[in-house]
Design a protein around this ligand. Sequence first.
Ligand code: ADP
Ligand code: MG
Length: 229
Amino acid sequence: MITISRLEKSYGSGPGAVRANRRISLTIDDGEFVVFAGPSGSGKTTLLNMLGALDSPTSGSLTINGNDLTVMSPRELSRFRRDHLGFVFQRSNLVSSLTVMDNALLQLRLQGRLTDSSRRAVAELIDRVGLGDKKTRLPRDLSGGEQQRAAIIRAVASAPALVVADEPTASLDAENAAGVLNVMRALNYELGTTIVVSSHDERVIRVGRRIVRLTDGRVVSDTGSTRER
Ligand code: ADP
Ligand code: MG
């Protein structure tokens, strides 16, 4: 479970400071698929960077499965990222010198958890997203949509507590965007991975079970949360 309480993030200080996130309080349950929606500049990337332990709040608290990220040292945060988080960015963040399979296995390898059975499970995931015949290809030999599907497998392969995806379909056409979203939704459903996605694209936003809308750094609506049902 993720608990965000009165979270604030400002860039700069004094009268010129930009308040990118303002008094954000939210709870995200395990297994939720949440879309942070809002126009450019509304604070989505700022919030996802904090959820992904890539940046720290100016004030407020943020806990993921009982771990308070706001009290961790940089070294602890980096270990937390490795062991508990997965990331998908706007453009695929695959390692260009590694094959699809080796990219997918990378985090498990770094965690020292790579086994024959985890290798088989990851190979199955790659098959599931239609990249079965491309396991030994390098990222540059894949289309943009295929790269994003491979990046999603990489993010979920080590069964992280949370996968953070910042505008994962922004560089894709409609058909590929739909393919990438379907993969994310299916993996959320089948693996139970908690996924938070940001988007300003209504096609993406529609896919979310829970939609949190941001405007000027504030949460202006939050619909479809499991807690309401
Ligand atoms: P979004 O992802 O929704 O487009 P961002 O989180 O990137 O929004 O930005 C929120 C606000 O914070 C914007 O006004 C943006 O200009 C500002 N901002 C983002 N990153 C920085 C930064 N590193 N330094 C200063 N201002 C920033
Ligand atoms: Mg952004």
